[in-house]
Design a protein around this ligand. Structure first.
Ligand code: FAD
Length: 318
């Protein structure tokens, strides 16, 4: 079922969903199932599977030269989605990136997803790869998620990239896009970022999933700003519990977001890694209770491959 229909059919109740990562190359699908199974008792509305594009690195050779190598460490998003839908009868949502894809390769992936009975997808730009300062699209690829949304929406109308319209050959994807309560790292201002988010919705995106945040006020203000700019689609908060004190530094560096002082103080006082995890779980429970009271349609958890903490949080709130 499409995410927007699931939300419409569930009046006044907050749904549970979560995101998983494909396992590292060489590992088994069992790792995925082991991460999903403990969370199935909370009846997830959907399960997102992230996409990880190619990575470039220089391999030293015996003659002293360096050879440029390309690898994908976490392949398998499409296959994992198909396996999850088949095994658990829950909607699996693949993340589809602009980065690394030409429009034709994207079209082929979309056709494959339709054949697999996948109704929803998250349309994302992806980050710059390590060897680039700025994000660079592949020739004939998309520079922004807005353009990817446009391509998916066209295919939903049966318009393929050769611009022929094929009667009865349309897809019917429900499209999610990313939103950033504390702004995307590259955006010069939050207002600028929200204007670009609006373009994704105008091009046909159906719902928004946010980047993680630890201060609910940032989310509430973001929703207010979106609504006053005319964005009226469902906005789903993304929640990740803090699991180590090093994340106090790594998360702001990676995702451009602030931790509330109260949380920082508590973590600094903690005398063991276990205590930090406790604080992270309690903080997330508090956040979720407030978000449910506010009336969010879904709470979407970033599991990062670890379901134990998410299970504890879900037990307290669902
Ligand atoms: P866009 O919406 O294209 O925005 C990128 C930047 O460009 C923003 O600063 C925006 O303000 C600006 N911009 C947009 N349109 C225009 C325009 N027309 N002109 C000028 N500027 C513009 N990454 C992965 O690699 N794999 C994943 O599976 C993945 N899943 C994610 C899930 C969620 C819920 C979120 C929040 C992020 C996820 N990401 C993932 C990270 C995401 O790919 C990065 O944050 C990426 O840098 C931006 O993607 P976007 O889709 O938000 O880009």
């Amino acid at each position: 079922m499409k995410v927007i229909d699931r939300i419409k059919n569930t009046e006044n109740r907050t749904l549970f969903s979560f995101e998983i990562l494909p396992p590292l190359k060489g590992q088994n699908i069992k790792e995925i199932y082991d991460g999903i199974e403990p969370l199935m008792e909370f009846n997830p509305a959907f399960v997102d599977v992230t996409y990880h594009r190619e990575e470039y690195f220089y391999k030293p050779l015996e003659n002293g030269n360096l050879e440029l190598k390309v690898i994908r460490k976490r392949p398998g998003t499409v296959g994992i989605c198909a396996a999850i839908q088949h095994k658990y009868k829950v909607d699996a949502i693949p993340h589809v990136l602009c980065g690394g894809f030409s429009a034709e390769e994207t079209e082929n992936m979309l056709i494959e997803l339709q054949f697999l009975g996948i109704d929803n997808l998250m349309a994302l730009r992806g980050d710059a790869i390590k060897t680039e300062t700025y994000f660079q699209a592949k020739p004939d690829g998309h520079r922004y998620a807005t353009e990817l949304v446009q391509q998916i929406k066209n295919l939903n109308k049966g318009i393929y990239i050769d611009e022929t319209e094929t009667a009865g050959a349309n897809t019917d994807f429900c499209i999610g896009v990313a939103g950033y309560p504390e702004k995307h790292i590259e955006a010069p201002s939050l207002d600028f970022d929200i204007q670009n988010l609006k373009k994704k919705i105008e091009n046909g995106a159906d719902y928004i999933v946010t980047q993680m945040f630890f201060d609910n006020t940032k989310f509430f203000n973001f929703v207010d700003n979106c609504r006053s700019e005319g964005i009226h689609v469902p906005i789903i908060p993304g929640i990740k519990p803090l699991t180590s004190s090093s994340q106090l530094h790594l998360i702001p560096q990676r995702f451009h977001l602030d931790f509330p002082n109260e949380l920082v103080e508590e973590v600094k006082k903690a005398d063991s890694p276990q205590k930090v995890r406790e604080i992270g779980v309690e903080w997330a429970i508090h956040q979720c209770k407030e978000l449910i009271e506010y009336g969010v349609p879904v709470i979407h958890f970033y599991t990062m491959g670890k379901s134990a903490n998410i299970k504890r949080i879900a037990r307290s709130i669902f």
